[in-house]
Design a protein around this ligand. Structure first.
Ligand code: NAP
Ligand code: ZN
Length: 368
């Protein structure tokens, strides 16, 4: 259904079913999109499960002002390889595999050479809403039957021990492809581990996985949430302590105590309140993407030589490392499975902060 002209740039394309929209005001609906025919290094995947991230919601609402319509969201993709190009060496038909946020990059710049494709000098190609160098238009994400991607950007799915085998375990692993890597990368970079007090701010899709990963890394984990109903859950997820962040007197007890805080909040909030919980040389690392600017008081960072930093997903090698780490430590997301036909209701609930803790779409439902 997208431009006829672009088909000629890569030869043949195949049509697949997807869910997307042409306009911010229009709900997601069934549509037919094109996937490129396999290039020599490409694999084709049947998508089994796709998570719903708050970034999908920001983008369908065009909250960052750079959404390319029509948009098909979805970047937490788990599936089975159905075809391989003639030069593919890492995957074979039938393999379980995964695709996360990154599907292409220049491969030559300083960043790509150091496995930091997310910072590619020429601009990384995300799995949706990026300029599609092969087909033209925008890349179209995982709310679809199939994805076609260069094998170098596809991840191997490890065996997750002690999980419900097959379907349930796989669906719960899908959110690791964005939520997992987005918190694993800064936790590792800022050296969360034994002897470190790590705060996790916001217990949504990213935050609840961050609690599990930080705990598995050996850190002492303190959760800061605005939702009283998540206090008990935070402890079940592995947190040592959980605090209602709107309770000023309780917050005071944590003043100057933490080494690191991972901030996953999706909306505007007062980061100074959290900078003040840091010890000297501590860092608040923002991974949440509030569309509005955040204000920082000079004294929040000057006092105690504190840092306010940010982090963006992770490279392909680190994403594989994260998947292997999570498999070893038996970490997956707590998910609520939905059918694709219920995706608009799921977005409404995500917007109301009413999900514990990640929606995952059973993509078999797209065939209905
Ligand atoms: P989510 O499931 O909606 O979780 C966000 C959490 O933030 C909520 O559960 C809530 O936690 C808290 N929150 C929401 N509104 C708040 C407010 N007004 N004040 C204080 N706390 C609030 O979202 P997600 O999928 O985890 O994504 C979180 C953010 O990370 C989004 O902005 C997303 O776009 C971004 N993201 C960034 C990257 C990256 O690479 N940097 C990657 C993926 C996602 P409590 O109920 O516990 O307070
Ligand atoms: Zn995401």
């Amino acid at each position: 259904m997208f431009s006829e002209a672009k088909s000629s740039t890569v030869g043949k394309t195949i049509n697949v079913k997807a869910y997307g929209t042409e306009d911010v005001k229009k709900p997601l609906h069934s549509m037919v999109i094109e996937r490129r025919d396999l290039l020599p290094n490409d694999v084709e995947m049947d998508i089994l499960y796709c998570g719903i991230c708050h970034s999908d919601l920001h983008q369908i609402k065009n909250e960052f002002g750079h959404t390319m319509f029509p948009i098909v969201p979805g970047h937490e993709i788990v599936g089975r390889i159905t075809k391989v190009g003639e030069h593919v060496s890492k995957f074979k038909v039938g393999d379980l595999a995964a695709i996360g946020c990154i599907v292409d990059s220049c491969g030559k710049c300083e960043y790509c050479e150091n496995d930091l494709q997310q910072f590619c000098d020429e601009g990384v190609t995300f799995s949706f809403n990026s300029p599609d160098k092969r087909l033209g238009g925008a890349t179209l994400g995982g709310f679809s039957e199939k994805y076609v991607c260069d094998e170098n950007y596809v991840l191997h799915m490890p065996e997750f021990k002690n999980l419900p085998t097959g379907q349930a375990g796989l669906a719960a692993a899908a959110p690791l492809l964005c939520a997992g890597i987005t918190v694993y990368s800064p936790l590792k970079h800022w050296q969360a581990g034994p002897g470190k007090k790590v705060g996790i701010l916001g217990i949504g899709g990213l935050g609840h996985v961050a609690v599990k990963i930080a705990k598995a890394m050996g850190a002492e984990v303190i959760v800061f949430t605005t939702s009283p109903s998540k206090i008990e859950d935070a402890k079940r997820l592995g947190a040592d302590e959980a605090v209602i962040s709107t309770d000023v007197s309780v917050m005071k007890k944590y003043s100057r105590k933490l080494h690191l805080i991972i901030d996953t909040v999706s909306a505007k909030h007062d980061v100074n309140a959290y900078l003040n919980l840091l010890r000297h040389d501590g860092s608040v690392v923002l991974v949440g993407l509030p569309p509005e600017p955040l204000e920082i008081n000079a004294f929040s960072v000057v006092s105690g030589r504190r840092s306010f930093a940010g982090s963006n997903i992770g490279g392909i090698a680190e994403t594989q490392e994260m998947l292997d780490f999570c498999a070893k430590h038996n970490i997956t997301a707590d998910v609520e499975m939905i059918k694709i036909q219920d995706v608009n209701k799921a977005f409404e609930r995500l917007e109301r902060n009413d999900v514990k803790y990640r929606f995952v779409i059973d993509m078999a439902s797209i065939k209905n």
